[in-house]
Ligand binder design. Structure first.
Ligand code: KIV
Length: 280
């Protein structure tokens, strides 16, 4: 098995090829996504919302993230698997951050980790990169620190905050990130950043000029209806497909149309007679 590497992702920018990324949280979905040819499978901390029914991504820790990352890794043959470092796994202490990043690689089989921007994130990024682990940065709307950003809002809408984003992008490039997620920022700012750094930008709510795009798989498949951000494009309504299939199953069970003969197992007639004899 030879998976796409962080270096391959960087080459895509040089070759002006788009990077296609999608989240996954379990074996079966990861396998399908990988077979469909996605370049990066991100085991996002969005697992908190779309799989675990929690309100905030801050509610998942290393144990949950490793559990899901291991399952995803088992399903992926070709894509680069990126483990999303959860809240407080890298913000508290630099050496703890390195140890936790190693767990994603050594225990869960990921090829890289992602960490969201926070005040000391350059120091952490440098230490993780120095330990030999590829890091994907994440700036703009960073859900783990959304309160400090004034909530779940578009970032970089004025010159001052856009300049901050530009500075963060350049600093993360210098710190050794191999790619950078730009979340919820104006299209022109994302384009400006993309044109001014050498590592690929992966946009989510950041317009078409990023070097690649990432979305939450439940959103593109119509599997999550608690909220749908403006930047999501839903490609299929799997909720409706699933509800119809489950309803059909229910009707079949009640009407004794399922299971049919073809779903069952037979016993030889003689053996059955012997059983009945023995019962007498
Ligand atoms: O957790 C997540 O899903 C993310 C995104 C970039 C989609 O971080």
């Amino acid at each position: 098995m030879v998976r796409i590497t962080p270096q391959d992702i960087c080459h895509k920018k040089k070759n002006q090829e788009k990077v296609v990324a999608l989240t996954a949280y379990d074996y079966s979905m990861a396998r399908l996504i990988d077979q469909a040819g996605v370049h990066i499978v991100l085991v996002g901390d969005s697992v908190a919302n779309v799989v675990l029914g929690l309100d905030s991504t801050k509610e998942v820790g290393m144990a949950e993230m490793l559990h899901h990352a291991k399952a995803v890794s088992r399903g992926v043959q070709n894509a680069l698997v990126v483990g999303d470092m959860p809240f407080e796994s890298y913000q508290v202490d630099v050496s703890l951050a390195v140890d936790n990043a190693k767990k994603f690689i050594e225990e869960a089989g990921c090829g890289a980790v992602k960490l969201e921007w926070f005040d000391q994130c350059l120091e952490v990024t440098q230490a993780v990169v120095k330990s030999g682990i590829a890091v994907m940065g994440h700036i703009g709307l960073t859900p783990q620190t959304a309160e400090a950003l004034g909530g779940f809002k578009v970032q970089g809408k004025d010159a001052e905050s856009a300049k901050k984003l530009m500075d963060q992008a350049k600093a993360l490039e210098k710190a050794g990130c191999f790619s950078l997620v730009l979340e919820c920022i104006p299209e022109r700012i994302a384009q400006y950043i993309t044109e001014n750094i050498s590592i690929p930008t992966i946009g989510i709510g950041a317009g078409v000029h990023c070097d690649g795009q990432v979305l939450v798989v439940h959103d593109i498949l119509g599997l999550f209806d608690r909220f749908r951000p403006k930047f999501v494009k839903q490609y299929v309504d799997l909720s409706a497909v699933i509800k119809k299939a489950v309803h059909d199953y229910k009707i079949d069970v009640i009407a004794e149309r399922f299971p049919g003969k073809e779903h069952g197992f037979a016993i030889n007639e003689q053996e059955f007679e012997l059983l009945k004899e023995g019962e007498k």
